[in-house]
Design a binder for this molecule. Structure first.
Ligand code: PEP
Ligand code: MG
Length: 755
């Protein structure tokens, strides 16, 4: 290295000696800055540490006035030092004072120094401080010098992270090794959880930063890279979803990076400065992470992630650490943090200890979300860089109702959340007390409250909610969380388990609603411009009958000697129902011919999700045993709003005259035809929604299990006739500018109803 005395290797060796000396933290830090200044032929070397209050404090200096140590404190966005910290990037200037961000602090006496090189002190992508060298002369520091200072900063990062400096800090101004972070994501699964971070893919923590023998370290790095390349080639050869389910494009990206000369060169360079092979990987990975934290372009961020994952693999290779976390050894109150996770992986964890889930990706419809909801695990998604921001064991709060995350919360926030958890528990206990009460309104109307389900983990909810049965069993969920098509025997055993768990209570199975946006990873997907309106559900079932036939066979066998209630999704025309029913008849004949015991009783219905059915209600009622309204899709198609698009999904309230008129007409016609009408969309899970539905004549609703308590509590206190009286004019003469929801809420509060 030009201009340096002895180069970075000598410096690192000396620093190692200083680290091992039995001196105080301040003395050690003072020695470190002297060593760096001497080695880099700089007149000044200063170390700033980021504090919990977000400011940067001068902790040690060689060259600036010593009185400024622990006195000079700047905001994190102040001056060049602040810029280095906030950008997490080096700044190299030959004339610092002409830089617009320069801020002069008279107590330091730094006005005479013109050149400035500042590098962030980074650990796992987080800034812990800033290391600066300065010279009087107008000098541009060489690339090698920048590199050397960054390497040196790693040693400081370890020192800060060890907590050694806390003894030098005033209370409330400790080094921000683990600052409180409030992060806002997307609420995926309701509930509040307080606990401690467990990384789904644990990071490797390096313990040995400085090399004994550089050549040996280079050899270790080269060998690890060779193994990594062979592994990636292997994974690609083995096929698409090998080794933890990585997707092919991810593997292609891995291969590209594993052979990327620039990346390898940077790691070798880092090792050549005197770091161990693993510290060299981390040194370069730290830069990647810092870039990742700033990157807003989703594609580039994705690629940086791939590179980060690959560096993790390399690190594990070097440290000989096993990939798989100990899933059966979760600590109490574990909050799982992951970039992304498959549903099967979540089910592998010990449910009794798992309290919450935080995902970097993962939207409301992702499969892991479906499972988290079924398990009642509060979950938040779309927390950018989540795994990089946390340390295992960190205290964390997950608010699955709002999407807020508090990492390392201060006591007041923790107390407030703990109070909310207690409140929820109290309310839950009140709901629990209503469990075995029949659901009859104040004016004597019985309302059947059932639950929606789809996975084996949902079954205990029949008992603990006191539901009248399962109003919607989404059979596609078993297919969505599997890694390959569930065999007919697996379908059969799930359906049997469902019927066994329900006992005498009715279960309505919905045939597969896959295709379109409900993609199965192992099924060939077709490019569709509007998948929700595309080749899905019954359309796919009728066009490719093989799949539906085997499902029907499994359902019919599972219900042998019992009642089978069956319904078809996305029926748009009566003849689709006729065709589907004919398939059932066909399978019945087949089973009968083979001597199977058939279901004792069959009830076959259809879902009302496509508005075209609204104009065929009489014909449909003449055919079906029952109709079940899928208000999620009916709303989506009636208003032409994509239910999965956050920009428009909440644009129209289902509690508005057009949808309520349609729903009223379905219930009304059902009554005239003497056929059961039920509703299983989300509207029934919203207490105000349920109030409106009962007011327009619905006497059977199917809800999310968590909605059972609040909806039942409301209905028990409701005067249904009175609600009908006030709602009817709102629907028939929608003149008022006050929305129906607001008026129903006002009614509820006047009646003392909790909604
Ligand atoms: C609906 O559309 O309302 C419904 C219950 O079906 P899903 O939410 O599964 O589409
Ligand atoms: Mg639907």
């Amino acid at each position: 290295m030009r201009g340096a005395l002895g180069g970075p290797r000598v410096l690192l060796r000396r620093l190692r000696e200083v680290m091992a000396e039995p001196v105080s933290a301040q003395e050690r830090l003072d020695k470190v800055v002297v060593l760096i200044a001497a080695n880099m032929v700089a007149e000044v070397c200063s170390c700033y540490v980021l504090r919990v209050d977000g400011t940067l404090e001068l902790y040690a200096t060689e060259g600036l006035k010593r009185e400024a140590v622990h006195q000079t404190v700047m905001r994190a966005d102040e001056g060049l030092v602040g810029l280095v910290a906030s950008e997490a990037q080096p700044i190299n200037l030959s004339d610092a004072q002409s830089h617009p961000a320069f801020s002069y602090r008279p107590e330091t006496g730094e006005e005479i120094y013109h050149s400035f090189l500042g590098v962030p002190v980074l650990r796992a992508g987080n800034t812990l401080g800033v290391l600066v060298v300065q010279n009087r002369a107008h000098r541009t520091y060489s690339e090698e010098e920048v590199e050397a200072l960054q390497t040196t900063a790693m040693v400081l990062a370890e020192m800060i992270a060890s907590g050694e400096l806390a003894a030098l800090a005033r209370p409330g101004a400790e080094p921000a090794i683990r600052p409180h972070l409030h992060l806002e994501g997307v609420a995926l699964s309701d509930g509040i959880a307080l606990g401690h971070v467990v990384l789904h893919e644990p990071r490797v923590t390096i313990t040995n930063v400085i090399a004994d023998d550089v050549q040996k370290e280079l050899g270790r790095l080269d060998a690890a890279i060779a193994t990594l390349r062979a592994d990636v080639d292997d994974m690609l050869e083995r096929g698409d979803v090998a080794d933890g389910g990585e997707h092919r494009d991810v593997l292609e990206a891995y291969r590209m990076f594993a052979h990327d000369r620039g990346w390898l060169h940077r790691m070798r360079e880092a090792v050549m400065t005197g770091l161990t092979a693993e510290a060299g990987v981390e040194r370069v990975q730290s830069d990647t992470r810092a870039r990742m934290l700033r990157q807003t372009d989703p594609y580039l961020r994705e690629r940086l992630h791939d590179l980060d994952d690959l560096a993790n693999r390399l690190m594990r290779q070097l440290m000989g650490v096993n990939h798989a976390p100990a899933r059966d050894q979760l600590p109490e109150n574990a909050i799982l943090v992951a970039r992304m996770m498959g549903p099967a992986a979540l089910l592998d964890y010990d449910r009794k200890r798992l309290r919450g889930l935080v995902l970097e990706e993962g939207g409301p419809t992702s499969h892991v979300t479906i499972v988290a909801r079924a398990l009642g695990i509060p979950a938040v998604g779309e927390i950018a860089n989540a795994p990089s921001l946390v340390e295992p064991g960190d205290a964390i709060i997950v608010d699955g109702a709002t999407g807020d995350i508090h990492l390392r919360p201060p006591t007041d926030i923790e107390n407030a959340y703990a109070e909310r958890v207690r409140l929820r528990a109290r309310r839950q206990a009140q709901y629990q007390a209503l469990r075995d009460k029949p659901c009859v309104t104040k004016d004597g109307q019985t309302v059947d409250l059932m639950i929606n389900a789809g996975l084996i983990v949902d079954l205990p909810h029949i008992q603990d909610t006191g539901a009248a049965g399962i109003g919607l069993f989404r059979t596609e969920l078993q297919f969505m969380v599997a890694t390959a098509f569930p065999r007919i025997s697996e379908q059969l055993s799930l359906y049997r388990a469902v019927l066994d768990a329900a006992g005498d209570k009715p279960v309505t199975f919905r045939t597969l609603d896959i295709g379109g946006d409900k993609v199965l990873p192992y099924m060939r997907a077709y490019e569709e411009e509007n998948p929700a309106m595309g080749w899905r559900a019954i359309r796919l079932g009728l066009d490719r009958p093989g799949l539906m036939r085997s499902q029907l066979r499994a359902l019919l066998q599972a219900a042998s000697g019992r009642t089978l209630r069956l319904m078809f999704p996305m029926i748009a025309m009566c003849h689709e129902f006729d065709q589907a029913k004919a398939m059932v008849e066909h399978e019945l004949t087949h089973l009968r011919r083979h001597g199977h015991v058939l279901p004792e009783r069959m009830e076959i219905g259809a879902m009302v999700e496509v508005p075209s059915l609204l104009y065929q209600l009489d014909e449909m009622f003449a055919r079906v045993d029952f109709l079940s309204v899928g208000s999620n899709d009916l709303l989506q198609f009636l208003y032409a709003v994509d239910r999965g698009n956050a920009r428009v999904a909440n644009r129209f309230d289902p509690l508005s005259p057009p949808l309520l008129r349609a729903l009223h007409e379905i219930a009304d016609k059902g009554g005239k035809h003497g056929k059961l009408v039920t509703l299983c969309g989300e509207l029934a899970s919203d207490p105000v929604g349920a109030l409106a539905l009962v007011a327009i004549g619905y006497r059977s609703l199917s809800l999310a299990p968590s909605a059972m308590g609040p909806v039942k509590a409301m209905l028990l206190d409701l005067d249904a006739a009175k609600a009908a009286e006030i709602l009817r004019p709102m629907i028939d003469n929608p003149s008022s500018r006050i929305p129906i929801r607001a008026r129903l809420q006002a009614f509820a509060s006047a009646e003392g109803l909790q909604v």
